[in-house]
Design a protein around this ligand. Structure first.
Ligand SMILES: [Fe+2]
Length: 115
């Protein structure tokens, strides 16, 4: 078995949504840093209870030379925090961003965004 064998993507989605959605926001106005935002359940909220929740999200950046950087990880408190997180970084260093999310019932989910 390879690690990739346990990753699920949009092809595995049912009525509950687990695939992390990645959006980028260039710095503007008084903002000094670009943002990469990761949301799970952007259009259809995922359950957020102790019994069934998104426990964490992790973001990776793929640099223009192909090197992969782990940009960070956010853990969530079920019923208290929504599975949404923003990372401050410089968009021009990267050619893609990839995110993982973990549901305590349905496993590890992936998505990537080329920029
Ligand atoms: Fe789930």
């Amino acid at each position: 078995m390879k690690f990739a064998d346990i990753l699920k993507d949009v092809a595995s989605e049912g009525k509950e949504k687990h695939v992390p959605s990645i959006d980028t926001f260039p710095a503007h106005g008084s903002e000094k840093a670009d943002l990469v935002r990761v949301i799970v359940g952007k259009e259809t909220p995922h359950p957020n209870t102790v019994e069934h929740h998104i426990a964490w999200v992790e973001l990776f950046g793929v640099k223009t030379d192909g090197v992969v950087i782990n940009l960070g990880r956010a853990g969530f408190a079920p019923s208290f925090t929504e599975p949404t997180v923003s990372f401050h970084t410089s968009l021009d260093q990267f050619k893609a961003f990839c995110a993982l999310s973990y549901c305590n019932i349905h496993g590890v989910w992936e998505s990537c965004l080329e920029v």
